[in-house]
Design a protein around this ligand. Structure first.
Ligand code: GLN
Length: 209
């Protein structure tokens, strides 16, 4: 979008085009996401209101506490602006972000943005194993990926446009649905940046079309 066009470009190639990655910064793990994308050479912008959405090519919706983020979103028309944005602009949603982006939320039900055609159960792994680190197979180039789960939700249904890239106990943990990338774990907490690189390629493709 408009703001990114002003950045100095390292080259004209589509796969290295400069992009601005917004990180929703209302609550939660947004700084770690911003650091990861900065390391990969993207310009990053912390997004705290609807106007700032117009300056980004893609948006990270981080982990944290989805109910708290909802409370902030429901101020000043931000929820409605974001609900439009996520249907057309690349979004990378992790953990609480996955809950916010889903079409249906259970356990308990709560309001959501609806662009990710899936049903997501909050805190589905219970208290005893609510936080764990697992290395699991993925469809990403390079194979298995270390995944940090923190009071993780569980994706119990994915729509037919969802491409499952990894699973835990049979349930999807990483899903691409067109311009959306959703993880129930925290890729920003490990040094492996393959998930972020996939999101950057989604953002660049979207921008060049
Ligand atoms: N359990 C949190 C929620 O329901 C999500 C946890 C996380 O983002 N790490 O919002």
């Amino acid at each position: 979008m408009a703001a990114a066009a002003n950045h100095s470009a390292p080259s004209g190639a589509a796969n290295t085009a400069p992009v601005t990655i917004g990180v929703l910064a209302l609550q939660g793990d947004y700084q770690a996401h911003a650091r990861a994308f900065s390391t990969l050479g993207a310009h990053t912008l912390l997004v705290r209101n609807a106007a700032e959405l117009t300056a980004v090519d893609g948006l990270v919706i981080p982990g944290g506490e989805s109910t708290t983020m909802l409370k902030f979103l429901e101020q000043n028309g931000f929820f409605d602006a974001l609900a439009k944005f996520v249907f057309t602009t690349p979004c990378f949603a992790t953990c609480a972000g996955a809950i916010l982006l889903a079409r249906e939320v259970k356990h308990p039900a709560q309001r959501s943005l609806g662009a990710f055609d899936a049903t997501v159960e909050r805190n589905a792994y219970g208290r005893q194993i609510d936080s764990t680190i697992l290395t699991l197979p993925t469809e990403l180039p390079g194979g298995p990926l270390e995944m940090v789960f923190i009071r993780s939700p569980r994706i119990v249904r994915v729509g037919e446009k969802g491409q499952v890239l990894a699973r835990r106990d049979g349930f999807p943990t990483l899903v691409r649905q067109g311009h959306l990338l959703v993880a129930t774990f925290h890729p920003e907490l490990t040094s492996d940046t393959r998930v972020q690189q996939l999101f950057l390629s989604i953002v660049r493709d979207n921008k060049s079309h």
